[in-house]
Design a protein around this ligand. Structure first.
Ligand code: ZN
Ligand code: FE
Ligand code: FE
Ligand code: ZN
Length: 270
């Protein structure tokens, strides 16, 4: 993988309450793998509820920022970015927006972890799947994903088809649902993330699915790359497979971010 410009933009830290390890070890793992850049993107505080097992508290955000800057200073041999993963929750959007603007993030991930108040990606609330016809859940999820894109508050949509995480899949074809959603994403001009953590979940597949990625490519939507590592061992996990999907769908560039400005970077180094 040495001839590729690989970055891992989706690393968590123990501040979120469900990640483990020393920040130095995340960096060392990235150096061992020869990644060109990494970015921490820990969970921004949830504003609609407080759960210490899901995100850092508001008072911790400045400390998180400090920690990443300190890390940057100690590891000049790799480019370390300051990102954040923020939840799209319609009720608290304005508050979120004004808080995000206070910090010098290189990029902000928008994540859908809630469908109408239900934390569908949280194993504690798996029972919620019984209440939905799965195709309706997917329809609703991708509608919300489009809503999130249109807020203009996010640079990248994280794990774009997270709704498949626990392996609940509709029998119906999803092309139309993907297309309707992705036309909104393309118009919003933001990127989507290729996130390898789905391989480590019951879904057993990268987020997003290949047909989704093909439509992204057709619509000219940019992509970033991340492992969603919640421990050092998962940094850069399964990037070989991610690269082969990118090549299969015709992606030649990935998008890099600095101070919230996107810049395409050829994936393959010549
Ligand atoms: Zn997490
Ligand atoms: Fe997430
Ligand atoms: Fe994450
Ligand atoms: Zn995530």
């Amino acid at each position: 993988m040495k001839d590729y410009y690989l970055v891992d933009y989706h690393l968590h830290t123990p501040r979120c309450g469900h990640a483990w390890g020393e920040l130095d070890d995340f960096v060392r793992r990235a150096l061992d793998l020869g990644l060109k850049e990494i970015g921490f993107a820990d969970h921004f505080p949830l504003l609609h509820l407080r759960d210490e097992s899901l995100s850092m508290g508001l008072e911790e955000v400045p400390i998180y920022v400090e920690e990443i800057y300190e890390l940057k200073g100690r590891f000049p041999e790799i480019d370390i970015k300051l990102g954040i993963e923020a939840d799209y929750v319609p009720e608290v959007l304005e508050e979120l927006n004004s808080l995000l603007e206070r910090y010098p993030f290189d990029y902000v991930f928008g994540s859908i972890h809630y469908v109408d108040g239900w934390g569908f990606d949280d194993p504690r609330y798996l029972g919620g799947y019984e209440k939905w016809k799965i195709i309706d859940l997917y329809r609703r999820y991708f509608q919300i994903l489009g809503d999130a894109a249109e807020t203009g508050m996010f640079d990248i949509l994280a794990h774009p088809d997270l709704v498949k995480k626990f392996g609940y899949r509709p029998e119906e074809d999803l092309e139309d649902i993907y297309l309707t959603c992705l036309e909104r994403v393309a118009r919003a001009g933001i990127a989507v993330e290729i996130n390898t953590s789905g391989l480590r979940k019951p879904a057993g597949e990268i987020y997003p699915a290949l047909p989704f990625m093909r439509i992204c490519r057709e619509l000219g939507i940019g992509i970033t790359l991340g492992s969603d590592a919640h421990e050092p061992a998962d940094v850069g996990r399964d990037f070989q497979l991610a690269v082969s999907l990118m090549e299969e769908t015709g992606y030649e560039d990935i998008i890099l971010f600095e101070k919230r400005n996107p810049r395409p970077q050829p994936l393959k180094l010549s």
